[in-house]
Design a protein around this ligand. Structure first.
Ligand SMILES: Cc1cc2nc3c(=O)[nH]c(=O)nc-3n(C[C@H](O)[C@H](O)[C@H](O)COP(=O)(O)O)c2cc1C
Length: 215
């Protein structure tokens, strides 16, 4: 593996204050794994709770130093411990501009839009996929250039890391009785309409998150 470099930073128009931590019920992880299901009837959760969850799943818990500079440990697995995937809350109650969690700085910030109208129509397309689910939409994105510096065939690493990230959110949602639905679209149209750090960023997944309701 070649030299690993750090992540590109997002431009943020404003920064959020430190967040409260979610309350985690005591549940057996085997039971959580066995009970996980995709729930498609939902109501919105508090934005602050969603931000806490995004931070919990995607925060860096150890940071590599010296020859491990650029690698870190998180809840999801990641090729080479690079963790190139960033998560944005792109729509839902309380979200006027997309909110990105910067794992480098451990903080949330607003990301400026390039075209409000096109962005909204991309969001509407995603929302229409789950007519009984009211809540927030997440966009998962990663910098192809970041993995390219470490590996050959870098794109596959983004896809696989995104899958691991989706699974981590799915288990966390199960513990908290939340509805988490990965969606078919990658979110390319959403990403195109917001200012991301580099043209080498790919949209790798979208997902819905809300409070699960029995249908
Ligand atoms: C990459 C991916 C894309 C998905 N896209 C959608 C989607 O567009 N709409 C939807 O309702 N569910 C979507 N799902 C959820 C799956 O349909 C669901 O996980 C599957 O039916 C199995 O049900 P279970 O999660 O309850 O075991 C997606 C799941 C994955 C992993």
């Amino acid at each position: 593996m070649q030299q690993v470099l750090g992540k590109r930073r997002w431009t943020m128009t404003s920064v959020y204050e430190t967040l409260a931590c979610s309350q985690w019920p005591a549940k057996n992880f085997r039971d959580v794994m066995l009970s996980r299901r995709t729930m498609r009837v939902a109501e919105p959760m508090a934005l602050l709770d969603l931000m806490s969850l995004v931070r919990f799943v995607t925060a860096r818990r150890e940071i590599g130093v010296a020859e491990n500079n650029g690698r870190s440990r998180k809840i999801p697995v990641s090729a080479g411990a690079l963790h190139p995937i960033d998560v944005l809350i792109v729509a839902g109650p309380g979200v006027s501009e997309p909110i990105v969690y910067s794992d480098v700085d451990d903080r949330f910030g607003s990301v400026p839009l390039i075209n409000d109208h096109d962005f909204s129509s991309e969001i509407e397309k995603l929302e229409s996929m789950l007519p009984c689910a009211k809540g927030h939409l997440l966009l998962f994105t990663g910098d192809l250039d970041m993995v390219d510096r470490a590996y050959e065939n870098p794109a596959s690493l983004l896809w696989r890391d995104a899958g691991a990230m989706l699974q981590s959110f799915a288990f966390a949602a199960t513990v908290l009785d939340l509805a988490f639905v990965p969606l078919g679209p990658l979110g390319t149209g959403v990403l195109r309409n917001l200012r991301c750090p580099s043209s080498t960023f790919l949209a790798v997944a979208t997902a819905f998150m809300g409070v699960a309701k029995s249908d």
